[in-house]
Design a protein around this ligand. Sequence first.
Ligand code: DC
Length: 214
Amino acid sequence: MKRVIAIDGPSGAGKSTISKLLAKKLGFQFLDTGALYRAIALHLRRQGTAPGSPDPEIAGKLEGVFIQFSDGRVMLNGEDVSEAIRTTEAGHYASVFSAKKAVRDFLFQIQRDAALHHDIVAEGRDMTTVVFPDAWRKFYLDASEEGRAKRRFLQLREKGTEISLGEALRDVKDRDTRDSRRDIAPLRRAEDAIYIDSTNLSLDEVIGVIVSHL
Ligand code: DC
C-alpha cells in the first residue's frame, strides 16, 4: 500500500477540485470515488434496477462491470460516461444506490487497489473511516450549507444545467441527510481527521492548509 491522503466531506464542499489540484501538485494520483458511485448508479439505472432491489439482485447486475479512469475521463465498460454521470439526477441516484451493501462491497476492493502501486489523493464519504482507515493523512473538508449549494449551483450552471439556487440547496440538504444517515459507511468525521472549514477560504488557501499538515 502506497501513501494515501484521504479526504471526506459533504456534497459540494469542494473535495474534487481540491483533491485534483493537490494530487497534481504532489505528483499523486487522484481517486474520485464519487465518480465510481455515479457510474455504478448509471449502470444500474440503465439495467432498470429499482433502488429497493435486494442486494443479491444488485450484485448480479454488477458482475463483470468495469470502470476505468483514462486521461481524466470516466469509462464504464469502455464507454465514456464523464458527462452522463455529472447531472443532478445521476448525483441523486449515486446517493440512493450508494446506501446498498452490494454496491459498497463491489467498489471496496477497486478503491483499495488504487493505492497498491501509486500514492493517491482519495476523496469521498468513507475514505477516512472505512476504505482507508490506515491512510497516511486524513482530512474532513466542510463548508456551510449555503456555501456548498452556491458552489454546486455555479458548477451546474457552467455545464449548462438549468437549476435555481433553491434547488441546489435542496439537493445539498437531501444528499447530506441520505449520505450521513445510511446504515453502511455513513458520512462522518473520523476522530483522527483534520477538520477544515472551507466556507471562507480560497482554493489555494485550502490547499495551503492541507499541505501544511503533510
Ligand atoms: O462526491 P459525489 O457528489 O460525486 O458523490 C455522489 C454520491 O456517491 C454521494 O452523494 C454519495 C456517494 N458516495 C459514497 O457513498 N461514498 C463515497 N466514497 C463517494 C460517494
